[in-house]
Design a protein around this ligand. Structure first.
Ligand code: SAM
Length: 250
């Protein structure tokens, strides 16, 4: 069984990944983005957030979770393990570096007035920090972040059930009580290719996702999106919720 540490992360090709997944926005991502935007807007409605610290875990070559968090955060950390993805994120977050690819995603966010006063490239360069790190080490930073996202990571980094659950737990434990969060999983994925490299996945379904998340939130919504974007999976699961105050021990 392929574990997280066995996969060729140093050979991850972010441009090949963006070409397949984001260069032309897929309907399912726009659907996810709308739902995440509305969830965050609802959670922060009537609240003037002060010093909200956000995190996107395993950010890879995807800027849309960070874009969705922009209006609410004073700082956002993009945590990523693979060095080529860290370099990609460094380029995206440099002044004037945000690629035009992300414009179509920003247009969807702009349908909500909360996003209208934000200039995305400028704000990204101002408040986003890229950190090279391991999701499993987030256990050492309990209750640090007030808003969090984790897209296609705990399910798309290992075949092992225990690493999936540990990944979810590390993400949830780094969120503060009440923190809104969004996560997405590829349903029943058997692994995926990026260029000529193969990466492992855990076969998550709605029940397994619910089991792994239940203790961390009393407000959990899991949407089963039936769009299949390639061979080897059965759709996507979008998870929206707010963190409760439980801290689960490793
Ligand atoms: C399928 S990609 C998802 C990337 C991005 N979040 C997205 O929505 O497209 C999986 C990501 O998890 C990252 N990753 C794998 N193992 C990790 C770990 N132990 N800690 C942090 N990130 C990890 C990979 O480098 C890769 O960027």
């Amino acid at each position: 069984m392929d574990r997280n540490a066995d996969a060729p992360w140093s050979k991850f090709d972010p441009e090949a990944y963006v070409d397949v997944n984001y260069r032309t926005p897929l309907d399912v991502d726009l659907l996810i983005l709308r739902a995440m935007r509305d969830h965050f807007s609802r959670c922060f409605e009537g609240v003037v957030p002060q010093s909200v610290l956000g995190i996107d875990v395993g950010a890879g070559a995807n800027m849309y979770p960070a874009l969705a968090m922009l209006p609410w955060c004073e700082k956002i950390v993009l945590l990523e393990y693979a060095q080529p993805n860290v370099a990609y994120l460094d380029r995206q977050t440099a002044e004037g570096g945000l690629d035009a690819t992300w414009g179509a995603f920003w247009d969807v966010l702009l349908e909500d007035p909360a996003y209208r006063d934000v200039e995305p490239a400028e704000r990204i360069a101002e408040i986003v920090r890229v950190e090279r790190g391991n999701l499993f080490d987030l256990d050492a930073q309990p209750r640090r972040y007030d808003l969090g996202t984790m897209f296609f990571v705990a399910d798309s980094m290992s075949e092992c059930p225990d690493e999936f659950r540990r990944g979810v737990r590390c993400f949830m434990n780094t969120l503060s009580p009440g923190a809104p969060f969004a996560a997405a999983f590829m349903k029943e994925s058997v692994g995926y290719w990026v260029g000529d490299q193969h990466y492992p996945a855990y076969r998550v379904n709605e029940e397994r996702a619910r089991e792994s998340l239940a203790e961390f939130t009393g407000e959990l919504e899991i949407r089963d999106l039936h769009q299949v974007v390639r061979k080897g999976h059965e759709g996507m699961l979008l998870v929206l919720g707010r963190r409760n105050s439980t801290v689960a021990v490793p």
